[in-house]
Design a protein around this ligand. Structure first.
Ligand code: ZN
Ligand code: ZN
Length: 183
């Protein structure tokens, strides 16, 4: 049976041959604490569920897992705050830094998935934060068919229709009212 832990700080010595399953949930306070620059981000984490498996061969650690998160973010169309679910599969390979010479280090870090660890402990926190941030959409929407704001009067068209569009649509002659007829 695979061993389980609910900690993001792992002593690599304790990873058994069959692997170590890391299962836990974290909240917004954890994210703020783990990611000091989160003040500058345009979203807030509500919750993240993490489930990953750590295995090791010699001193190389393999991490395969998935996370699902809920964030608070403003819809880019209607500007209302909305809860957005995110999901990601991720994998990392960690090699101990002392086993590397500098040349190898340069080569390996070109591959995104390879990171390093030092000493007996690895901390999954930066990887989880990185994965959450990678999943943030550039343009978040409260729903695929969000109607957004009226470009004319600014009302949220999801909440109520305004009269700006009606004027044009109901009266085809409205577009002609600015033309002056030459005599
Ligand atoms: Zn919206
Ligand atoms: Zn309007």
């Amino acid at each position: 049976m695979v061993s389980m832990t609910n900690s993001l700080k792992i002593n690599v010595v304790t990873i058994p041959e069959e692997g170590l399953n890391v299962v836990l949930s974290e909240d917004g306070a954890w994210f703020k604490e783990s990611f000091p620059d989160s003040e500058k981000l345009d979203f807030a984490l509500c919750k993240v569920d993490i489930n990953c498996l750590l295995t090791k061969t010699a001193s190389t650690i393999f991490i395969r897992g998935k996370l699902s998160a809920i964030i608070d973010i403003c819809c880019s169309r209607c500007l209302e705050e909305t809860k957005l679910p995110l999901g990601a599969d991720f994998s990392y390979t960690l090699i101990p830094v002392e086993a590397e010479n500098e040349e190898d280090l340069e080569l390996k870090t070109e591959e995104l998935e390879i990171s390093h660890y030092q000493g007996d402990f690895i901390n999954l926190t930066p990887m989880i934060c990185e994965q959450i941030i990678l999943q943030i959409p550039i343009k978040a929407l409260c729903s695929e068919d969000c109607k957004g704001l009226c470009s004319h009067c600014g009302s949220n068209l999801n909440v109520s229709a305004c009269n700006c569009h009606l004027d044009v649509a109901d009266n085809p002659m409205a577009v002609l009212k600015n033309f002056k007829v030459k005599n």
